[in-house]
Design a protein around this ligand. Structure first.
Ligand SMILES: NC(=O)c1ccc[n+]([C@@H]2O[C@H](COP(=O)([O-])OP(=O)(O)OC[C@H]3O[C@@H](n4cnc5c(N)ncnc54)[C@H](OP(=O)(O)O)[C@@H]3O)[C@@H](O)[C@H]2O)c1
Length: 238
């Protein structure tokens, strides 16, 4: 790509792997986060760090100016009344980012890769007890699907390190949100990166887990085996 790619949450576990992978491909990468200290600790010098907070729309204007794509890997808090509530980070934050990207992106249609999570369509799941995390994630997903941007929504299962899944190199991409499973941070990061380059990843929402077997050879084929999303109405929880 000839323009910059923003990784929001790029100092986090998945985001910093995404950042390194994009830099290795020669991309210009802007990492957005709230802690300069964390950026110093985790980012290579080639990454450009911007102080920004998805809850503060103004803080997103400069870092997203001229970007062609965003990877969003923001971790929410679990207190519904706290400053990092799922509502503020997973819904309002996504809306703020979409708005800033549409106003400031480089010419052409921008791309948005959202890291969501499994179980997001299951409000009865215990994870939803934490600040209605699943409801607000789904609302954020819906905003991305309705945005008109080229998007990919990735719903990982439980995140773990590759070393803990040493024999489970196979990547399963699934739809329907019925199953469970673990997935390596490294594979989620690779899916984020591949989604930016593979045309067949556009307009997809899928779950991810690892299983016994070999790593994927061709991500374009993996994505092509999935069904594109149908148009979804834009709505948020009451
Ligand atoms: N843990 C799991 O098993 C699991 C399973 C499925 C999905 N997920 C999801 O996968 C995603 C990536 O997870 P992870 O483990 O890589 O998360 P992580 O290591 O906690 O990193 C989260 C990143 O979000 C940034 N962030 C938080 N609030 C922000 C805000 N208001 N504005 C801008 N940046 C903000 C953090 O940076 P600063 O705090 O410095 O701003 C950090 O860089 C998250 O959405 C997570 O919920 C996790």
């Amino acid at each position: 790509m000839n323009t910059a790619i923003a990784v929001i949450g790029g100092t986090g576990r998945v985001g910093r792997i995404v950042t390194r992978k994009l830099l290795d491909r020669g991309e210009s990468v802007r990492v957005i986060g709230r802690s300069t200290q964390r950026a110093r600790r985790h980012l290579p010098p080639r990454a450009q760090f911007f102080l920004g907070d998805v809850r503060d729309p103004e803080s997103l204007s400069a870092p997203l100016d001229g970007c062609s794509a965003v990877v969003y890997t923001v971790e929410p808090g679990t207190d519904p009344a706290g400053p990092d509530s799922p509502r503020s980070t997973l819904h309002a934050g996504v809306l703020n980012t979409l708005d800033a990207l549409q106003r400031h992106s480089a010419l052409g249609r921008a791309q948005f890769v959202l890291v969501s999570q499994r179980h997001v369509t299951r409000p009865e799941h215990p994870m939803n007890a934490y600040g209605r995390m699943l409801d607000w994630r789904l609302a954020g997903e819906n905003a991305v699907r309705a945005s008109g941007l080229d998007y990919t929504i990735i719903r990982p299962g439980w995140l773990t390190d590759r070393t803990e899944l040493a024999d489970d190199g196979r990547v399963h991409l699934e739809q329907g949100d019925r199953r469970d499973g673990y997935v390596a941070l490294q594979d989620v990061a690779e899916a984020c990166v591949q989604a930016l380059y593979c045309p067949s990843a556009k307009g997809l929402t899928f779950e991810m887990r690892n299983g016994a077997g070999s790593p994927p050879g061709d991500w374009e084929d993996l994505f092509a085996g999935l069904s594109a999303d149908e148009a979804v109405p834009l709505h948020a929880p009451a």
